[in-house]
Design a protein around this ligand. Structure first.
Ligand SMILES: [Zn+2]
Length: 220
């Protein structure tokens, strides 16, 4: 569907098309909505600073002590990673304060590295290429999605896989304005499978599959 709104002067951060403004009167903020690729981006004046972002992430209970968090990753691995039969080196991109997924994937026999701009900013990860890159609950924080995806794609070996977890929006303004996912004020970028088609095209990736909800697998 097409989302109605006033034309915005901002171009879509993914495809460059014109956008319309979506007004979130509850939170008193606005988003730029692209009706071409369906990308929704929180307008930049409402982004928080990297320092505030870091403080927020430290509050998250992302460790092995959080049973729900571990279970979510076990399901993710069983459903989406094991079928790829990865044999080689992996990178967990944006691993957060406790690199749980990295550890779980290591137990599956994948040699794992991790990078996080706040919690593990060592850039040695750039010196390798990977058979698998996972990035879970990260893409919704991207200020420049195309730049980020191009960077990640450049780190993949040929035929390597990129597994992204981020909640997809339903391309409906009423649903969006009630959606819990937008309430986390560190979330600024919202995608649909159509957005990812454009991203795949721009980054020379193929979409292998997605679950219509929150996981998409690309291949180089
Ligand atoms: Zn767009």
């Amino acid at each position: 569907m097409t989302i109605q709104g006033n034309n915005s002067s901002l171009q879509c951060k993914v495809c460059g098309s014109d956008t319309v403004t979506l007004d979130d009167s509850q939170h008193k903020i606005t988003y730029s909505v692209c009706n071409h690729c369906e990308f929704i981006y929180k307008d930049i004046q409402y982004h928080i600073s990297p320092e505030q972002e870091h403080t927020e992430y430290k509050k998250h209970n992302n460790s092995f002590e959080s049973l729900g968090y571990v279970k979510m990753f076990e399901r993710f691995i069983d459903e989406h990673i094991k079928p790829l039969n990865i044999n080689g080196v992996g990178l967990e991109y944006g691993s957060g304060p406790g690199p749980v997924l990295k550890e779980l994937l290591s137990r599956e026999g994948i040699t794992m590295f991790d990078y996080d701009p706040f919690f593990n900013p060592n850039t040695d990860y750039k010196t390798r290429k990977y058979e698998l890159i996972t990035s879970t609950e990260v893409a919704e924080h991207f200020t420049n999605p195309i730049e980020e995806f191009e960077h990640i794609a450049s780190l993949l070996k040929k035929d390597g896989y990129l597994a992204i977890m981020t909640s997809f929006h339903y391309n409906n303004p009423d649903t969006f304005l009630k959606w819990w996912y937008r309430r986390d004020f560190t979330h600024i970028a919202f995608y649909t499978p159509k957005t990812f088609e454009i991203i795949a095209e721009k980054c020379n990736l193929k979409i292998v599959k997605h679950n219509d909800k929150n996981v998409i697998i690309f291949q180089k």
